[in-house]
Design a binder for this molecule. Structure first.
Ligand code: PLP
Length: 221
């Protein structure tokens, strides 16, 4: 079951900074999600399509589901009817599919462009070198149902706080650059999704507007 004391203290810390909390419930039971819901939480993050669709069926309809993992193009159709935000858009192809599937249900899906700044080879996302080219292509499409609401990034998994800070600064800089170059007139483009259990305090200090916290609230996985 979730740690309600941690939940309330993190929630008030975030509120003071005007940062939105996404509680990451991957691998956690429907019952523990329901119990956090009963405390008032409405935004939950998941990273497996099958797990998400199963949980969505069993839980209240007013939950805002955030898909935070790497999403395969052929799986978009399974979540398009209900997903609120997709955090990890890493190609134009994926975004085209999101727009197409969202159109079928005549609904908007918020989309964050994932930028890659961390060391790890395994982390998905678009590199800083390529981001301008990809976003320029995205903007030419003028998507009606996939709504680009900002960017998402992850720092390297390390104890080196200077390194983490440097990476968060880079994500923030990238956001500002994209905002100025492509989204100046677009008020929807305003989110920086960065920060997890281990580094959310650094993320807030460096401009995060949305953190994704799992283990600190739901316990270790
Ligand atoms: C699992 C996960 C989180 C949450 O991680 P915690 O360390 O449990 O807070 C955040 N973001 C992404 C993309 C994840 O996959």
């Amino acid at each position: 079951m979730p740690n309600s004391e941690n939940y309330f203290s993190i929630q008030s810390e975030l509120r003071d900074n005007d940062v939105e909390l996404i509680t990451v419930s991957k691998t956690k039971s429907v019952a523990s999600i329901q119990s956090l819901y009963n405390l008032g939480q409405r935004s939950f993050g998941e990273n497996y399509v099958q797990e998400l669709t199963q949980k969505q069926k069993e839980l209240p309809v007013d939950i805002q589901w955030h898909y935070i993992g790497h999403l395969q193009t052929n799986k978009v159709k399974y979540i398009a009817q209900f997903v609120h935000t997709i955090h990890a858009i890493d190609s134009l192809k994926l975004l085209i599919e999101v727009d197409k599937q969202a159109k079928k249900f005549n609904r908007k899906i918020n989309c964050l462009i994932q930028v890659h700044v961390a060391d790890e080879e395994t982390k998905f996302g678009i590199s800083i070198n390529e981001i301008d080219k990809v976003v320029a292509e995205i903007c030419q499409h003028n998507f009606k149902f996939a709504c680009i609401t900002g960017i998402m990034g992850m720092a390297t998994n390390t104890d080196d706080t200077q390194k983490i800070t440097g990476e968060f600064e880079l994500i923030k800089k990238c956001f500002k650059h994209l905002k100025e170059k492509f989204f100046q007139e677009n008020r929807s483009f305003r989110q920086i999704s960065m920060g997890m259990s281990s580094d959310y305090k650094l993320a807030i200090k460096n401009g995060s507007t949305m953190v994704r916290i799992g283990s600190l609230i739901f316990g270790e996985r």
